[in-house]
Design a protein around this ligand. Structure first.
Ligand code: HPA
Length: 240
């Protein structure tokens, strides 16, 4: 038991998929996993464990934003011995070469969040990074499924505010920032604190600069491709 996750020790797998929406977690568990049990209903932030090709995998809702995601990541690593958390989400495209429906891997996550500033007492701007082995595994699985031009690896922005008119997104895009979401930097910081692994992968749902959008059907197709990559990664990490 931890404060926000009411699971028993051993009920959560070593690899956890981490969508923002708890109903998305339920959909993933019901659609892609076998032998599913629900280990958490606290605050309706559902968590499930099942098997994928015989290997245990958990799916835990993170909620929206860095503060929420950091709570769940901290408890997963600290109280349940989780080794790897893979965020699966959507992001808004920023760099023009990134198109809607593409997959973006956050090799690093830039942020305006005081959560990261405060960890280091404002002394440094911490470079929040994905685990290279997890990234490498996921990237190669994605490259088997999608054309290379639809896969991007690099810097993403983990913004504290969804509605943020003040952020100079054009400048960030010129500095190579691929896309904006709201959790990765917090996840990477907690993983670093516990010397564990994390990766954030996102499908591009809309484009902030070009205004391009996806239909619900297109979103579902790309989401399924990303799920296959995430689950394939979870499988590969545990069967090596
Ligand atoms: N901002 C933050 N997070 C997002 C966005 C966005 O525009 N689109 C999808 N996730």
């Amino acid at each position: 038991m931890s404060i926000h996750i009411a699971a028993q020790e051993g009920q959560i797998a070593e690899v956890v998929l981490f969508p923002g929406d708890p109903l998305r977690a339920q959909y993933i568990a019901e659609t892609f996993l076998e032998n599913v049990t629900r280990y958490n209903t606290v605050r309706n932030m559902f968590g499930f464990t099942g098997t994928y090709k015989g290997v245990p995998v958990s799916v835990q809702g993170s909620g929206m934003g860095i503060p929420s995601a950091m709570i769940y990541a901290e408890e997963l690593y600290q109280s349940y011995g989780v080794k790897t958390i893979i965020r699966i989400g959507t992001a808004g495209g920023m760099k023009e070469s990134v198109k809607v429906r593409d997959i973006v891997f956050g090799q690093g996550a830039t942020t305006d969040s005081s959560c990261l500033t405060n960890i280091f007492n404002g002394q440094v701007s911490f470079a929040a990074l994905a685990d290279f082995k997890v990234l490498d595994t996921a990237y190669h699985l994605a490259a088997e499924k999608l054309p290379k031009e639809n896969i991007h690896v690099g810097n993403i922005l983990s913004s504290d505010r969804f509605y943020n008119e003040e952020m100079d997104k054009g400048k960030l895009a010129r500095y190579g920032v691929l896309a904006v979401e709201m959790e990765a930097a917090g996840l990477y910081a907690v993983a670093a604190k516990h010397n564990r692994q994390a990766l954030a992968m996102c499908t591009i749902s809309d484009h902030l600069i070009t205004g391009e959008e996806t239909t619900a059907e297109e979103r579902q197709t790309t989401f399924t491709q990303m799920m296959e990559v995430a689950l394939g990664t979870a499988y590969a990490l545990q069967s090596k």
